[in-house]
Design a protein around this ligand. Structure first.
Ligand code: SF4
Length: 336
């Protein structure tokens, strides 16, 4: 099926499917009501590089603590960074706080409602600007995340590998929006429907084409190649990095934390003491010395226990932990 035929049937089918099967998410509003732009923005920033399941509790906790963008802007950045701990990519939290301050200071606490002005705000790139414009304000905007890239690659049977295919996939996704830009089109729902389709039906390894509202016009499915798309260019292997982290606990249960340096990309976030630069083959000796001389003796009060682990972060960034513990000053291996 050609591109025009594929586009023709997409809107009605996809929106009808979304009305019945779209996900209920904490930041989502269904029906005619419009969602709070603050909630849409907050969720989209949190969802960058992070799963929906992980984001849910953070999203609720942030809203409880800072119900409006002005509340967040008034908070110390350290409080926002601490509340963010565990979501990773801490530059997001720092930019988010700066963005809240700009919206409070320059926009009277009201989010701009178009992509162009949204993109000028700290931490808001093309994707987030499009998502906020479409979802919060029903603006005509093409929202393309990884899920949507996959759906579009399959829908049009695009065999060029990623990332080279990105621009072409963005063009194809934009072409799925109604050409005559009707003002009553559900742009926000359409964007969320595409995301949901990718997240729940057009799954990476095994697309569930029998449940898909777009199956009749899907070129990838017709060609029998849907599950192989999108192709990925071969990745350059990443080096393995190794380090050690310490868990130091006082008798009253308090945990020793330090602020990680902003210039190293950690944005002052709190974390247990850790060391990364020593030869792996000397790790055991280094652990003993670090725990005895720098941590347990100097900073841990009498009665503290020291525990921690060696972490080898491999090319795919999955940390592999080798735990150890010590309550007496000399480290004893309990695993690995
Ligand atoms: Fe994805 Fe299958 Fe739907 Fe095509 S028919 S968009 S491959 S789930």
């Amino acid at each position: 099926m050609g591109r025009d035929a594929a586009v023709d049937h997409v809107h009605d089918r996809l929106l009808a499917w979304y009305d019945r099967h779209g996900r209920d998410l904490p930041w989502r509003v269904r029906g005619a009501a419009r969602p709070d732009p603050y909630r849409v923005w907050l969720s989209e920033i949190m969802l960058q590089q992070t799963t929906v399941a992980t984001v849910g509790p953070y999203f609720r906790a942030f809203l409880q603590r800072w119900p409006t963008v002005a509340d967040m802007a008034a908070a110390p950045v350290e409080a926002v960074l601490d509340a963010w701990a565990g979501l990773g990519y801490y530059a997001r939290a720092r930019n988010m706080h700066r963005c809240a301050q700009v919206i409070r200071g320059e926009f009277a606490g009201i989010f701009p409602d178009d992509e162009v002005r949204l993109r000028q705000l700290p931490g808001i790139g093309p994707y987030t600007a499009a998502a906020v414009a479409a979802i919060a304000f029903d603006r005509r905007a093409s929202v393309v995340d990884g899920n949507v890239e996959r759906v579009v690659a399959r829908l049009f049977a695009v065999e060029t590998p990623l990332p080279a295919a990105k621009a072409h996939l963005r063009d194809l996704a934009a072409g799925l929006l109604p050409a005559d830009s009707p003002t009553d089109f559900r742009y926000g729902d359409f964007a969320q429907a595409m995301m949901d389709l990718g997240a729940t039906v057009c799954l990476p390894r095994a697309p569930r084409c029998d449940l898909c509202p777009l199956a009749p016009g899907c070129a990838g499915r017709s060609a029998g190649i849907a599950d192989t798309l999108p192709h990925q260019a071969a990745k350059t292997p990443r080096p393995t990095r190794r380090g050690v982290a310490f868990w130091i606990e006082r008798p009253d249960g308090a945990i020793l934390l330090r602020r990680r340096p902003r210039e190293a990309g950690w944005c002052d976030s709190a974390a247990p003491p850790a060391a990364a630069r020593f030869a792996w083959r000397h790790a055991g000796t280094a652990l003993d010395r670090l725990a005895r001389d720098r941590l347990a003796a100097r900073r841990g009060p009498r009665g503290s226990t020291v525990a921690g682990g060696l972490a080898a972060v491999t090319g795919d960034r999955s940390p592999h932990l080798y735990p150890f513990s010590s309550g007496t000053g000399r480290l004893g291996w309990i695993g690995g």
